[in-house]
Design a protein around this ligand. Structure first.
Ligand code: AMP
Length: 418
């Protein structure tokens, strides 16, 4: 027997309703804010992520699914959705259609991480990108959209954490202070931190091992330049005006290199160790880095698997998928043809029908209908057809009636609704 690859999931059956629910709410919320969908390829040239996400990030250092294709090109399964979206934005000259551009995506991402609850190697994200606005109005819009999305899912036990990590200008001073702080701790920190100290000091704050040192580190918010300070303040003021609840976390830096200024993360109270359901921020330099003109932009991504765990933890009721409403059973050759016609008539009226395609007796067909949780069963028999009727049975109560051929659709609809 073949087994699925470690860290991947088969998604089917009862669970599907959660996926439809989250994806529907995501699409609907994105639509409310004027975002249109983009679907980029699952794989890209490796350089895109090395350049975009950053050489010294955990993603590029250890988590990418990279392989050589038959044309000796280095290809990577996308670990995140922003770099591909921006690549598509630049490549397809979307700039020409005017800024700002609002795009969203839903789809699988791939990271070679140690699998555990809420952490897979193939997972799914809903993400938005607001391309082309330097204003704090844009930062606030993304956070408000994220908040509305979570509220529309029915979630309450979440916290929005925000911070500003400044621009290249103010970050210079901060990096110096951070380096100074870690200077005399280098023999005590983990190997990753030692490397980060040399290559990318900001990443030191990302360490999940030396958390005590991280807590005592200097705070970037004390080093922001005037422009970054007022941009951060304006963003917070808009959130306050809209009564969006958030917490400031001066040590929040995010795991990807392209961010600057406002960054944010959303954590859920019942997710345990992997508590982040989403995160994002501003990336004013990414488009230039990827070959386009400098275009201030921002975005966020939410993890769908983790959202579903949160929905289940909060016991949020989610409607069953409306399928298998009616089972059409039949006995005899002439009945079979009539039963197909009846099934199609029901489907014409948007009723979901499971048609029996097996050579089975009536009791086996009824058993099958019960196993599929069909609400109703229509039984088409030769004798009944002679009398121009069929039998309609309520599978939950066992109640059944005879209905005339011409009234099948109307009566079935009434029975579904009652
Ligand atoms: P990131 O951009 O890395 O912060 O990812 C955004 C969101 O995607 C996270 O907050 C998680 O909800 C989700 N996510 C990231 N990595 C994984 C993973 N390996 N498995 C499941 N969800 C993930």
């Amino acid at each position: 027997m073949y087994k699925r690859v470690k860290g991947t999931d088969d998604i089917y059956g009862e669970d599907m309703k959660y996926w439809y629910f989250v994806e529907d709410v995501a699409r609907e919320t994105a639509r409310l804010y004027g975002y249109s969908e983009i679907r980029t390829p699952i794989f890209e040239r490796t350089e895109l992520f090395v350049r975009g996400v950053g050489e010294d990030t955990d993603i590029v250092q250890k988590e990418m699914y990279t392989f050589e294709d038959k044309g000796n090109r280095s290809i990577t399964l996308r670990p995140e959705g922003t770099a591909p979206t921006i690549r598509a934005f630049v490549e397809n000259s979307m700039l020409a259609t005017g800024l700002p551009k609002r795009l969203f995506y839903i789809g699988p991402m791939f990271r070679y991480e140690r699998p555990q609850s809420g952490r897979q190697r193939q997972f799914h994200q809903f993400g938005v990108e607001l391309i082309g606005s330097p204003s704090s109005l844009a930062d606030a819009e993304a956070i408000v959209l994220a908040d509305r999305f979570l509220k529309n899912l029915g979630l309450v036990d979440y916290t929005i954490k925000i911070n500003s990590i400044g621009c290249e200008k103010c970050r210079g001073e901060y990096k110096k202070a951070l380096k100074k702080y870690y200077e005399n701790k280098l023999d005590k920190v983990c190997d990753d931190c030692k490397r980060r100290y040399e290559t990318n000091v900001l990443r030191l704050l990302d360490c999940k091992v030396d958390v005590e040192y991280v807590k005592g580190a200097p705070k970037i918010t004390d080093y922001l330049c005037d422009d970054c300070k007022s941009h951060y303040l304006e963003t917070k003021e808009i959130l306050d005006d809209l009564e969006i609840k958030y917490e400031e976390d001066p040590l929040l830096v995010r795991g990807l290199d392209y961010y600057n200024r406002v960054v944010f993360e959303i954590h859920h109270g019942k997710l345990g160790a992997q508590s982040a359901v989403g995160g994002g921020g501003r990336y004013d330099n990414l488009i230039k880095e990827l070959g386009g003109p400098k275009t201030p932009s921002l975005g966020f991504a939410m993890g769908i698997e983790r959202l579903i765990i949160a929905i289940k933890e909060e016991n949020i009721p989610v409607d069953d998928v409306k399928n298998n409403e009616v089972y059409v059973a039949h006995l005899g050759e002439r009945a079979r043809v009539e039963a197909i016609k009846i099934s199609e008539e029901l489907r014409d009226s948007d009723i979901s029908v499971v048609f029996n395609t097996m050579e089975r007796g009536l009791s086996a067909q009824l058993k099958h209908a019960a196993r599929l949780k069909c609400k109703l069963c229509i039984i088409v028999g030769e004798n009944e057809l002679e009398r121009n009727i069929v039998i309609l049975r309520n599978m939950e109560t066992g109640e059944q009636i005879e209905i005339e051929r011409d009234y099948i659709v109307g009566t079935t609809k009434e029975w579904i609704e009652k």
